[in-house]
Design a protein. Structure first.
Length: 350
């Protein structure tokens, strides 16, 4: 099969790879679309960070060159003995693999499984014509959702999980800082919230998309806006802040923006050390939460059902590219922050 494989930083190759083999509980998916995200671009431009190119992953056991891609959908064309009945199904894969036995799995928090690994990051994934995945990670796509629409389910599930983690109450005033890819999906997950949702970003185009997704108000700020600037621009009592930009200093601004006793949920990833005055957070009893990935069994079905009722691909700019175009039209511009909307890869193209 044809696949997109990461060998090292800035070394991504489209090449022939052996077709994957199914274990007893696996399904073999003919991939229709695989979404690219900032994590893929970071592994390409700054990694390896999560991809086990240099040391074996403890969960997956994988080591070495890795087929990227963790946001994939397609049709089941073969299956192991325990999953034969799924052949012919269109499925969206959650990509996160959990053991099902540990304490966190038993309480339903499979994204925190002690043996957790991710297809396309910890082992081979969906930037290929075919991918093998545990049947338990694959959710049937409803008839009302196209493959292109369903390809947004995995990142939307991350947004849904973020909102579920945030302890949002009826009528809360919510600010979403950063409405790039995940921020947009958080806005989508909040579209039926009965209080004001305010999107804050440095890009007018992103904010226009956020309005179409249902936010009540948008605020465009300078990249070097101070906390005082943000407070003046929002000019409301803010109950909940989602920090979805991952920009250095944004977490500190989130805590300063929220009311005493309010909620801050950290979504964006930034691995550089950042200054944070904890005494102010403690004295104001601000609650901090964090969120990672999603819970496949609940969040992927919720995302697919939302996409049936509220199709996103016509609102969120969505462009389809080929495997051969991934570096020039996908990974490189994503690394520069030069992509608005969502990029989908069709491995059948070309």
């Amino acid at each position: 099969m044809k696949a997109g494989t990461l060998y090292a930083r800035h070394d991504f190759r489209v090449e022939a790879q052996p077709d994957p083999q199914c274990g007893d509980d696996d399904v073999l998916i003919e991939v229709a679309f695989n979404g690219l995200c900032g994590t893929d671009a970071t592994e390409y431009s700054k990694g390896p960070m999560m991809v086990p190119l240099e040391s074996r992953h403890p969960g997956s056991g994988h080591l070495g060159p890795t087929i990227l891609g963790h946001e994939f959908v397609g049709t089941v064309v073969d299956a192991g003995v325990s999953a034969r009945s799924r052949v012919g199904e269109r499925v969206a894969c959650g990509a996160g693999v959990s053991c099902g036995r540990c304490y966190r799995c038993l309480e339903g928090r499979t994204n925190l499984c002690r043996e957790y690994y991710t297809l396309g990051l910890s082992t081979n994934g969906g930037l290929a014509e075919f991918v093998a995945a545990p049947s338990s990670t694959c959710i049937r796509i409803p008839d009302g959702a196209s493959d292109k629409e369903a390809a947004l389910a995995q990142p939307l599930a991350v947004g849904i999980h973020s909102v579920d983690r945030a302890n949002v109450a009826a009528g809360d005033c919510i600010v979403v800082l950063g409405v790039g890819a995940i921020g947009s999906f958080i806005c989508t997950a909040l579209r039926n919230h009965d209080g004001p949702v305010i999107a804050v970003d440095v890009d007018h185009k992103r904010l226009e998309v956020a309005r179409q997704l249902g936010v009540a108000e948008t605020i465009c700020v300078s990249p070097d806006a101070s906390l005082a600037d943000l407070q003046d621009a929002v000019s409301r009592t803010v109950d909940v802040v989602f920090e979805a930009s991952g920009v250095a200093g944004a977490a500190e601004k989130s805590f300063g923006l929220v009311r005493d006793g309010g909620e801050v949920t950290l979504v964006g990833l930034n691995k550089t050390p950042q200054a944070l005055v904890l005494s102010d957070i403690v004295l104001r009893e601000v609650n901090m939460r964090s969120t990672v990935a999603h819970v496949c069994a609940s969040d992927i079905p919720a995302a697919l059902n939302l996409l049936v009722d509220f199709p996103l691909s016509e609102i969120l700019p969505t462009r389809v590219i080929s495997l051969e175009a991934i570096v020039d039209e996908g990974l490189e511009p994503l690394s520069r922050g030069a992509v608005n909307g969502k990029l989908l890869v069709d491995p059948r193209d070309g």
